[in-house]
Write a protein that binds this ligand. Sequence first.
Ligand code: CU
Length: 174
Amino acid sequence: MSIEAPPRDWFKAPAGAEKLWIGLALLWCFVMSIMMPFWHFYGKQNSRGEAYSVEPTAFMERTATFIEANQVGDENGMPIVEPAPGSDAYLAAMMWSWYPILKLREGETYRIHLSSMDLNHGFSLQPLNMNFQVLPGYDHVLTLTPTSKGEFTIVCNEFCGIGHDKMIGKIIVE
Ligand SMILES: [Cu+2]
């Protein structure tokens, strides 16, 4: 059987319920488009967009200095680091880990510096589902105030190679 062209008068203008559904879907497209810039300015879940350029080696040096000054423990060789409230904290993404584990206090504000040592990773804080891109060369500063206690998992949501699914980090809030 060969492919045949449809009859010339195949198009039937939508009517009744179909017309209504197309109208609603179109309206929803407009609502969602308007909501994108709206959520950018409204709410406290967004990044301020504060970012600097940084070489991965320089970022790693800052991370090492930060760990040296604030380490309070370790978990399977991964340092647990507790920055002073109001201070700067460093979190490096690399194939395939988040380095180090951060220990924060509820209600205190921190400046979390995020950068990648190799390629594009995705910072996804669970179960809150806050997501940010992590790129080599960029020091992205998140001003963060934890509002609840517990252990929060960081997963990588940007496919970054064979160990991507093992790239799990942690933020502890006390
Ligand atoms: Cu990754």
